[in-house]
Design a protein. Structure first.
Length: 530
């Protein structure tokens, strides 16, 4: 029964049923015209019979062509048969139910099929929003992080191999074709345990309908997996919907820059989020992102001349996000992070806790709250929060800070597990972002902690080559050299970082990577200067 259902689903996706209906209608009209005109035109009786026979013979030909070609306004498009689609056509003999339910799913980056090939950020954003929706709404599903699944971007790897490497039961892949005010999103769900095509559909919409389509795709995936999405979770997702597509596009661009957490990229991210809220002043999620970015700039570069303006912007933007959508977990997380920089600690902690209550799988709430606790010397809580963030979505920063907190607690064996995971996540991240110097520095420190000194020095040098002037890079490399026992080089880089406005005193006092410098008079002097 399941195989029959999937076969008819494939017929609909390839528009075979539509083509068959259109052909039958046209053939019937031709025959009716023949009956009305052949006799009056004194044509032989066998002429009408020939029309009927030819119409019947043409029907299977049309079905075959419809299966192989996707007919669209711009002309026909050949459908390349994948291994997964061949499995559908073969209709397996054994019932698929024997394989058990799907418990894990990865969302691969969507391909940019736009005419100009300039919508990669948009295609990535659609895929990531779907990933976030599944993570938040399908709580029993394990969904690998963006850094893991996006590592396969642009690579010709079989679906079953990707599934094995990510350790998942199913994959979502697709493409986005954006042209003018129209967008076509093609999505397919594949069970990688046997390559079976579970569901596929093409959505042709106006851009103004994009957000409804995203919800529709998530619901289709949930239905295919027999997963129910609670109404409360649907409301959380809907609350992040902007009224203007262009505002959403700037929001997606801002998110791309924010991931690097470098001074220059954070500045670009702020500019993108500002444009987003200028276009749609009621876009709560963009206000929250702007607040988080401004607060992150203050956290990482507190001595920068722009810090005062950034604090004010973080305060104003986070308050606006909460005013627009009090139920948005991102808004509470951003508000907590902003209040932390303003040093209104009790209020900040309350906001972090509210964000986690609203959405227990909200990554930024756990991550920002972890930074708050670490800087305040509450290392045990920080370790728990960072570890939870890494469980929600393993990325190099969450894994690294979880390891760092555990190292500060003297739990070195547990820390090694997170250092190793951080190195793997950083490697996947840098396949897509080879110029991310921050990721390179964290990779260097993690390698040093695991005793791979040669590899650590390689990534330290790579980070400096990418961005030799960034104070955040210098701080992290100071940590690496301190771990390696090279005190002079560590103090030199740390001094340069502090002089450039990098470093919170509480963080330096609790950072285990700087333990070898604690008794050095030069380090003590640096602390006094912050």
């Amino acid at each position: 029964m399941a195989s029959v259902k999937q076969f008819f689903s494939e017929l609909r996706r390839r528009r075979v049923i539509r083509a068959a209906g259109m052909y039958v209608l046209v053939a019937w009209m031709v025959i009716q015209v023949g009956e009305a005109t052949f006799e009056s035109m004194a044509l032989p009786d066998w002429g009408l019979q020939l029309v009927i026979v030819l119409s019947a013979l043409g029907f299977p030909i049309v079905l075959v062509l419809a299966w192989a070609y996707d007919l669209e306004p711009g002309g026909e498009k050949k459908i390349v048969r994948t291994e997964a689609e061949d499995v559908v056509a073969r209709a397996p003999d054994s019932p698929r139910e024997e394989m058990g339910p799907i418990g894990s799913i990865a969302v691969l980056p969507f391909a940019d099929m736009s005419p100009e090939g300039d919508q990669e950020y948009f295609a990535d954003g659609i895929a990531e929003e779907l990933l976030n929706t599944l993570t938040s709404c399908c709580t029993h599903l394990r969904v690998p992080a963006r850094t893991s699944s996006f590592a396969f971007k642009g690579k010709d790897v079989d679906a079953r191999e990707i599934g094995a490497r990510l350790g998942v039961d199913a994959l979502i892949e697709g493409s986005v074709r954006k042209s003018g005010d129209r967008v076509r999103i093609t999505v397919q769900l594949i069970d990688v345990r046997d390559g079976y095509h579970l569901w596929a559909q093409t959505f042709d919409r106006d851009l103004v309908d994009l957000f409804a389509v995203q919800d529709e795709i998530a619901q289709c995936v949930a239905d295919s997996l027999d997963v129910s999405v609670p109404e409360d979770d649907k409301k959380v997702v809907a609350g992040s919907t902007p009224a203007d597509v262009q505002a959403y596009e700037y929001y997606l661009r801002g998110k791309q820059y924010f991931r690097h957490s470098l001074k220059k990229s954070l500045g670009y991210a702020q500019e993108m989020f500002r444009r987003s809220v200028e276009i749609d002043p009621e876009y709560a999620l963009a206000w929250a992102a702007l607040a988080a970015t401004s607060a992150q700039s203050v956290q990482l570069y507190p001595g920068d001349p722009s810090s005062t303006a950034n604090i004010e912007e973080a305060d104003r933007a986070s308050a606006r996000a909460l005013e627009l959508d009090p139920a948005l977990a991102d808004a509470h997380a951003a508000r907590g992070f902003a209040l932390f920089q303003i040093r209104r600690f009790d209020e900040a902690e309350a906001e972090f806790q509210t964000a986690i209550e609203l959405d227990p799988k909200q990554l930024s709430a756990h991550f920002f709250y972890g930074r708050f606790c670490f800087q305040e010397g509450r290392i045990e809580e920080a370790a728990r929060l960072f570890a939870t963030a890494a469980d929600i979505r393993s990325d190099h920063e969450s894994e690294f800070f979880a390891a760092q907190s555990l190292e500060a607690l003297g739990r070195s064996e547990e820390a090694r597990v997170h250092y190793a995971a951080g190195i793997e996540a950083a490697a996947q991240h840098m396949e897509l972002n080879p110029d991310d110097s921050r990721a390179a520095t964290l990779r260097a420190v993690a390698c040093g902690r695991l005793g791979n000194t040669k590899e650590g020095f390689k990534w330290a040098e790579r980070a400096l080559a990418i961005d030799p002037s960034d104070s955040g890079v210098k701080y992290n490399l100071a940590c690496f050299y301190a771990v390696e026992g090279e005190s002079d080089r560590a103090i030199e880089l740390l001094t340069q970082a502090v002089d450039a406005g990098m470093g919170q005193r509480g963080w330096l006092e609790n950072d285990p990577d700087l333990d070898s410098l604690r008794e050095d008079p030069r380090f003590i002097d640096l602390l006094e200067r912050i």
